[in-house]
Design a protein around this ligand. Structure first.
Ligand SMILES: NC(=O)c1ccc[n+]([C@@H]2O[C@H](COP(=O)([O-])OP(=O)(O)OC[C@H]3O[C@@H](n4cnc5c(N)ncnc54)[C@H](OP(=O)(O)O)[C@@H]3O)[C@@H](O)[C@H]2O)c1
Length: 353
């Protein structure tokens, strides 16, 4: 069916016009596809967006296959306003969370395939729920499915005051006798200890601090969740116990100093696989693994939905508790992103629509 002029709707959107600096992000009205909804799509009137470190990668052009101009944003929550003819998971009026690893969700209304959406239990309010998908799904899959964390083990969590780090700490502590060592900027140490981190060191010189405080002799790690990437993977390997598992989930180091990267620099500084030798893995009984939530939800949405239901249950039972660092408004999107890049957040940054 040809869309008619009268159906055209312009909705608030955050659009990346070119890869690079913050001024390439524009908040403006853009046309919402008028032919909602395709068979398996739903239309959602959005109340909050969740800000993620991946917004920074996206802005810098580090996420493949993004064509510009492009609406950014990986996460939102809202109310279903319309459904496609084959949608069975949702009905109008229900609250849903949406996650898309490739962006497109920083809009006041989104049209999205149902597989990227989760029905939100009544007990969890919007402001809390929007902090769950990217942070807690990533934490759960990396810690339990890939990291295979067990009772009594020791885990190293980078950026333990950040959205994912906060979630990893809480999930790790659901197992008995797990020791969580975390890295964070000094100003955040008191708060992360309250969240369950056993020992916290400064993220800028964490290796030296671990050594000087003799933490490495006390703690050789069974699981390391590495969100720094590049050269840091070597450090992670040097801190591993026999049977140790490194789960690489990010490459925060890539934004250090917010330098512009060309494609070659980007490829060089991404995951540094050159230094991982299979023989070392065999000799030491080590596992080095990666996690990509975007790919998981794309290819195994049922698995992701199952884990999301576990996370909802844990949230309702008080076993996990997202911390909201700050709530920005729609015109402050770049300030919200800068809060993560400038290392100022403790917990999740969200945006109210
Ligand atoms: N693989 C996946 O599917 C997946 C999904 C979601 C998230 N992630 C990854 O998980 C990590 C956390 O994401 P998030 O959204 O929760 O962000 P976040 O941890 O809240 O990010 C902000 C924190 O990162 C640290 N940081 C900032 N710039 C840094 C730099 N240049 N080098 C090292 N650390 C820096 C700072 O903490 P301190 O100053 O306290 O150290 C900052 O407060 C990111 O690496 C993200 O890419 C991966």
């Amino acid at each position: 069916m040809e869309p008619t002029e009268s159906k055209n709707r312009f909705v608030d959107s955050v659009i990346l016009t070119q890869f690079g600096e913050y001024d390439s992000i524009k908040v403006k009205k853009s046309l919402l596809e008028p032919d909602c909804c395709d068979k398996f799509e739903i239309e959602v009137k959005v109340t909050y967006w969740g800000v993620n470190f991946a917004d920074i990668y996206l802005r810098k052009g580090l996420i493949p296959n993004i064509k510009l101009p492009s609406v950014i944003g990986l996460e939102c929550i809202g109310v279903v306003e319309n459904i496609g003819s084959e949608v069975q998971l949702f009905t109008k009026g229900q609250r849903v969370l949406c996650y898309s690893g490739t962006g497109g969700l920083y809009r006041s209304v989104v049209i999205i395939h149902q597989k990227y959406c989760f029905l939100v239990p009544d007990e969890i309010e919007d402001e809390i729920a929007v902090a769950l998908p990217a942070n807690y799904l990533t934490a759960y899959f990396s810690l339990f499915h890939i990291g295979n964390l067990r009772e009594g083990e020791k885990v190293l969590v980078h950026s333990c005051a950040g959205g994912v780090g906060w979630a990893i700490t809480q999930l790790a502590k659901t197992l008995n006798n797990v020791t969580v060592v975390g890295t964070a900027s000094n100003s955040k140490h008191e708060e992360v200890r309250k969240n369950g981190v056993t020992h916290v060191v400064n993220s800028n010189n964490y290796q030296e601090e671990l050594r000087s405080n003799k933490i490495t002799s006390e703690y050789v790690f069974d699981v390391i969740i590495d969100n720094i990437g590049g050269h840091n993977i070597d450090i992670s390997l040097s801190l591993l116990n026999t049977f140790g598992r490194v789960v690489v989930i990010g490459a925060n180091h890539i934004i250090s100093g917010e330098k512009k990267l060309n494609f070659l620099q980007f490829m060089k500084s991404w995951w540094n696989t050159k230094n991982i030798r299979v023989v070392d893995l065999i000799i030491n009984n080590w596992i080095v693994a990666g996690l990509n939530l975007a790919n998981l939800i794309e290819n195994t949405p049922e698995k992701v939905h199952d884990v999301m239901n576990i996370i909802f249950e844990m949230c309702i039972n008080g076993k996990i508790k997202p911390r909201i660092d700050s709530v920005y408004n729609i015109n402050e999107v770049t300030d919200a992103m800068k809060k993560l890049a400038n290392r100022k957040n403790i917990g999740k940054v969200i945006i109210k629509i």
